[in-house]
Structures are given as C-alpha cells and as structure tokens.
Design a protein around this ligand. Structure first.
Ligand code: AMP
Ligand code: MN
Ligand code: MN
Ligand code: MN
Length: 287
C-alpha cells in the first residue's frame, strides 16, 4: 500500500464523543472514498468489533484504533494506537483505568458551572453521552449549545471548558510511557496525535518526541484535520528528524460540528513512511 491510498485513521463514534454509530461512520468513510479506515474512540475500544464488521461488509480495509488521553508535563495530549489486538488484557485494563476518573471529573465540572448559574450540566451532558463511562467535555459543550448558553461547541470550549474557565477541572490521565506500552505490547503502533494542538515550548516538544520514541512510539500524525497546510510541512520535517512514520486522519466527530470530512484530507507527503506500511500484517480484510 502506498502513501497515495485514501487512509483515514482517526475518528470518533457514539462510543466516545462522536455523534454517529460505528456502522454509520463506516458507510460515511466508504462514501467519501476511504480505502483504509480506523475508528479511534477516546480511551475505549468497545466499538472495535462493530467497526471492523461494518468495514468488512463494505469492502473497506480496517485497522483497530484508539485515542488515549495522556498527561505529559502537566498538559493533556493524545496518543493514537493502531493495529493492536483488541483482546489484549493489559490494554483493556489500562484503558479502563484511564477512563475511570471521568464520572467524578464530570461532577466537578458541573459544580464549577453551577457556581456561575448554569444548572444541571452533569445530567444535561449525560443525555448526550452514548456511553456514560466516556462522558467528556464534548458532551457538556453539546448541552450548553442545546440550552442556548452558546451558539456552537467551539465557543463553549473557549468560554467554559478550557484551563482557567469555570467548567475546567484539572485531571491526571495515563502516563506517556504506559500508553505507548499498552499499545505496542498489544502488537500495535503508537502515534502522537495532532502535535500542533499542544501548547509546548520547543524544548518541551523535543522532550515529548524524544521520550515517545524512547518508549517505543513509532509514528506521528502529520496530515490531520487539526493541522494547517504549513503544519503538515513542519511535522513532516519532525517525522523525518525523529525517524517516525506518518499518519493521516480527519478526527471526524459529527456531521454538524466537524469541519473536516472523512477521507478528504490531502495525501501524506510522498517522502514519508506511511504508518500503514508498518502495519501491513495487521490490516483486516485487505482488498
Ligand atoms: P475530554 O477528553 O473530555 O477532555 O474532551 C476532549 C475533546 O473535546 C476532544 O477530543 C475534542 O473532541 C473536544 N474539543 C477540545 N477542544 C475543543 C474545541 N476548542 N472545540 C470543540 N471541541 C473541542
Ligand atoms: Mn473528541
Ligand atoms: Mn485528540
Ligand atoms: Mn480525536
């Protein structure tokens, strides 16, 4: 498989904070020309069987996927895992621990919003969560839009759900080392998700890439819905500098909220090694 295949290796279903089912996402991916797909729900692999089955029925090649929440130098970052064995017990236990604090965090977020006169946010957000274990800031954002507090989810994040804002609660997620280990020991490849989104200094970013690599991480998202065209170029250079393969994914969540449609991003720069070259043996029902 070459870098020119239409691979979309990052998106979310109702199993985390997306609004479509795994089956609807598979159909949408197919309709937009995706040839190799991965569903990467946050901290949860409960949708993998459904996604793989739906992909098979559509003649779509599939890689298992997940997006793990990690705390690195006091910041939340995301590590995507691709091509692992979903039955792996250590991975399942690690993910269960990682999502375990979400319920309490959501109650604290709701208490913070209560103080500024926004009532019932926990119950409101829960209504939007297809999987109550995975209650996330996105579900709060949807509730605040529904109740007319904001016009769109981006505005909710800016005003209420980011650091220093009333609904923000500090949270400790998995360590970088554990997340990379869970993925790689389950036979998969760990990928740094959307690196341009993090607010690291260049020294901190260097530490992230170096430590990621030393723990066994092998790839970075270069072409993602979260990057600008200029960022494709800068992270292509970083991939080369650190000897990492490159990944491509829309990070699609919802037809109404997502600005990047499945399968519509530009191809990876041709000089990079596509992450799927490292995973050829793990691709299910290769066409
Ligand atoms: P959580 O894991 O609960 O902290 O929620 C993180 C999720 O919130 C991310 O995966 C995105 O889907 C969403 N998100 C983060 N920042 C924004 C933003 N500025 N606008 C819209 N959604 C966002
Ligand atoms: Mn999300
Ligand atoms: Mn992410
Ligand atoms: Mn994502």
């Amino acid at each position: 498989m070459t870098s020119s295949i239409n691979a979309d290796l990052h998106c979310h279903s109702v199993i985390s904070d997306g609004t479509l089912t795994p089956e609807a996402l598979a159909e949408r991916a197919k309709a937009h020309g995706v040839e190799l797909w991965a569903l990467t729900d946050h901290d949860e692999i409960g949708g993998q069987q459904r996604a793989a089955t739906a992909a098979r029925a559509l003649g779509l090649s599939y890689l298992s996927g997940v997006e793990i929440s990690v705390t690195f130098i006091e910041q939340t970052i995301h590590i995507v895992g691709l091509g692992f064995d979903p039955e792996n017990q250590a991975l399942q236990t690690g993910l269960r621990q990682t999502r375990g604090g979400r319920g309490q965090r959501a109650r604290s977020m709701s208490a913070g919003l209560e103080k500024i006169g926004i009532h019932g946010a926990y119950e409101g957000a829960l209504k939007f969560a297809g999987n109550h274990d995975l209650i996330s800031r996105t579900h709060f954002a949807r509730f605040l839009v529904e109740s007319g507090v904001c016009r769109e989810t981006n505005e909710v994040f800016r005003k209420y759900l980011t650091e220093g804002k009333p609904g923000f609660v500090e949270h400790r997620w998995a360590s970088l080392k554990d997340a990379v280990r869970w993925i790689t020991e389950a036979g998969g490849v760990a990928v740094i998700a959307h690196p341009a989104r993090y607010k690291f200094s260049s020294t901190e970013e260097f530490a992230l890439f170096s430590e990621f690599k030393s723990h066994g991480g092998q790839a970075v998202e270069v072409v993602t819905g979260s990057h600008t065209a200029a960022e494709y170029v800068s992270y292509a250079a970083i991939a080369t500098e650190f000897g990492l393969a490159a990944s491509r994914g829309s990070d699609f969540h919802s037809p109404l909220e997502s600005h990047t449609e499945l399968g519509t991003l530009p191809p990876l720069p041709a000089h990079l090694t596509p992450v799927w070259e490292l995973l050829a043996a793990r691709i299910q029902h290769l066409q």
